[in-house]
Design a protein around this ligand. Structure first.
Ligand SMILES: O=C(O)CCC(=O)C(=O)O
Ligand SMILES: [Fe+2]
Length: 211
């Protein structure tokens, strides 16, 4: 086989085989934080994500977000798309992922995951500042927010809301991180800028009434 032939077939394996969704049971590791907050990690939940990353970057109707800060409306340095409960998701695979997560977390989250948020960090200059997902129920109830990372590795940082050291989780393509318990109200999270980083996108699944 020629070198070109080998390279072609490697490329095809990665792109055309499509993503594989691996089991959650027995593979999710929980880390308890303070104040009843926790984080679950399942590295490599999906493999073969190159094509999926490309399809989502190309097909999702990305919007530039603006956020009200004090008395100004400032652009948020990332692109987003939001699919509320009942909306058609951009790819059938996303439904599969949402349903797998709902099944896995059924005992802790009987209502399941219903909405999807997508964020595109075009390069290392895109980011999201410290915040909790506290619009709605997350403000005063325990809840779960599941994040799947695709594309270039980026840090998702967490820190206690009342001060303290931050934790940094580097998420690679196909990794799953779930924030649970009191995490949205007692801890904040952020995706810090990362000079030189390539594009990354995240898919977040949330229960009813959580934003
Ligand atoms: O992109 C991420 O991993 C985090 C996104 C996030 O925290 C949010 O959109 O609320
Ligand atoms: Fe968030």
């Amino acid at each position: 086989m020629t070198l070109a032939g080998i390279q072609h077939s490697l490329f095809e394996t990665d792109v055309d085989a499509g993503p594989t969704v691996h089991p959650l049971a027995g593979a999710v590791r929980r880390r308890h934080l303070s104040d009843g907050a926790w984080v679950d990690l399942r590295p490599g939940w999906l493999t073969g994500t190159t094509g999926l990353f490309g399809e989502l970057t190309d097909q999702v109707p990305w919007r530039a977000e603006r956020r009200r800060m004090y008395d100004a409306t400032l652009p948020v340095p990332r692109l987003t798309a939001h699919y509320p409960a009942g909306a058609q998701l951009p790819l059938p695979l996303l439904r599969t992922l949402r349903d797998r997560l709902s099944d896995h977390y059924r005992a802790e989250l009987p209502e399941g995951f219903v909405s999807a948020g997508l964020c595109l960090y075009r390069d290392g200059r895109d980011s999201v500042a410290w915040h909790g997902d506290r619009i709605g129920r997350g403000a005063d109830h325990d809840t779960l927010v599941a994040i799947i990372s695709l594309g270039s590795p980026r840090v998702l940082a967490l820190r206690p809301r009342d001060g303290g050291r931050s934790l940094r989780f580097t998420l690679g393509s196909g990794d799953l991180l779930v924030m649970g318990g009191s995490c949205q109200r007692t801890w904040d999270h952020a995706v810090p800028k990362s000079p030189g980083a390539g594009p990354r996108l995240s898919i977040q699944f949330r229960p009813p009434g959580v934003r």
